[in-house]
Design a protein around this ligand. Structure first.
Ligand SMILES: Cc1cc2nc3c(=O)[nH]c(=O)nc-3n(C[C@H](O)[C@H](O)[C@H](O)COP(=O)(O)OP(=O)(O)OC[C@H]3O[C@@H](n4cnc5c(N)ncnc54)[C@H](O)[C@@H]3O)c2cc1C
Length: 384
């Protein structure tokens, strides 16, 4: 099979991993990104003032159950053990998240054992709600009004810009409470943080003689035509110049500030109340606990509706968006020579491990299609 001339739009994890796999298979790969750095939203860089490794687009913690993906990332960067332990400030007090036995005992000023706590929370739950339709109903049914008001209501309102009564119950699938003292945010087998940041890892993924990277150039549908095949990890609606409208996203604003010493004693402090405008404060030096820095750099994080010039972060995927998404997916399937990949190309929230898994699978599916002489699909992972 002769090497093809392939274009990856986007130098985030999707473009980098697919590009690397296809370069190794003998193709010539060009990767173009509109930003002036590689790494997409996982980008990390050293803060000029404090020397702290900063997660520029918000904190990224690597966690997965996928052994192949874990081996893949460890092949490009040394991962240090890291557990995400999140705190939240509500009503002038600090609690542990996700809600666990410590949170329950502190919040209700009790010393319950697991079985007692389970019975106590069951007694709080609003069992008159038979068939919860909204997030609020689901939360009230699971945990009752006190925990709901303190830990969910205000936070969800800030995060999604709407009342929990307007969000579907399906968002809260399981009982969001642990009846033990486990405060490890993620339940995955493999968890860690890249020793030198995600950008260093992605730099190594891109370090292949058949890969060329060009930064600071936005590329559209017309320009992409000169390649044998395009893997597009930009926004799906953007490929079509938003001709059917814009898919809804939430964006984030980060307010940077510095501090001498240790500002909050942990990496992530949430703020549950609607009256506090930010959702959380992240102290980046705590994401690299093996390093030592006197200065500290922090981000106050604010969530709001995404406008045309903002960075799209979280897809909203409510009823109206799903309809528009269906129409864009149909248009995408009618295109030739382009596959839509990654979190923006498929309009889904994807953790890094899922992004890498899908990228590896996409590269394999492309090679299989080429070998069999079949058309390359518009999507390797269906957005709807
Ligand atoms: C705030 C936040 C926190 C997160 N935290 C975690 C976490 O803790 N753990 C975890 O596993 N995952 C986390 N994620 C998810 C993680 O960021 C994604 O899995 C990952 O970034 C997806 O990679 P991607 O390549 O698909 O997309 P992106 O990283 O968005 O990369 C797409 C790239 O394409 C470029 N691009 C788009 N359009 C064009 C165009 N027309 N021309 C040229 N370039 C273009 C963009 O500039 C961008 O660099 C988080 C995400 C967010 C938003």
């Amino acid at each position: 099979m002769a090497g093809k001339n392939l274009l990856m739009v986007g130098a985030g994890l999707s473009g980098a991993v697919i590009g690397r796999e296809l370069a190794e298979a003998g193709h010539k790969v060009t990767i173009i990104d509109a930003r002036d750095h590689i790494g997409g939203n996982c980008h990390t860089e050293r803060d000029g003032e404090t020397g702290v490794m900063v997660h520029v687009y918000g904190p990224h913690i690597f966690h997965t159950d996928d052994a192949e993906v874990w081996a893949y990332v460890n092949g490009f960067e040394n991962f240090r053990p890291y557990k995400n332990r999140v705190k939240t400030t509500v009503g002038g007090k600090v609690y542990s998240l996700p809600i666990n036995l410590h949170t329950i005992n502190q919040f209700f000023d009790k010393a319950l054992r697991p079985d007692e706590a389970r019975a106590f929370i069951e007694a709080q739950a609003d069992t008159s709600i038979d068939d919860p339709q909204t997030f609020e109903e689901q939360a009230l049914r699971f945990v009752g009004p006190d925990l709901y008001e303190a830990f969910f209501k205000g936070y969800i309102q800030k995060q999604w810009g709407c009342s929990p009564t307007e969000l579907p119950a399906s968002i809260l699938k399981r009982l969001p409470v642990r009846f033990n003292y486990d405060d490890n945010y993620f339940a995955h087998r493999f968890q860690g943080m890249p020793e030198n940041g995600y950008t260093a890892m992605i730099e190594r993924i891109l370090d292949h003689p058949a890969i060329t990277v060009e930064l600071g150039r936005k590329i559209g549908r017309a320009e992409a035509q000169s390649y044998d095949h395009v893997f597009y990890s930009g926004p799906l609606d953007g490929w079509f110049d938003y001709e059917l409208g814009r898919l809804g996203y939430r964006t984030l604003d980060f307010e940077r500030f510095t501090y001498q010493g240790d500002y909050q004693g942990c990496a992530v402090m949430n703020y549950g109340e609607a009256s506090v405008p930010h959702t959380r404060v992240t102290e980046h030096k705590h994401f690299s606990p093996w390093e030592s820095h006197e200065g500290s750099v922090l981000y106050r994080e604010f969530s709001r509706a995404c406008e045309a010039d903002d960075i799209p972060y979280y897809p909203i995927r409510l009823v109206a968006e799903k309809e528009m998404l269906g129409a864009y997916v149909e248009k995408a399937r009618a295109e030739r020579g382009v596959s839509f990949v990654g979190r923006l190309g498929t309009y889904r929230y994807l953790d890094m491990d899922v992004t890498i898994r899908e990228a590896l699978d996409a590269a394999r599916a492309f090679l299989d299609a080429e070998k069999a002489g079949n058309p390359v699909p518009a999507f390797f992972a269906a957005p709807v």
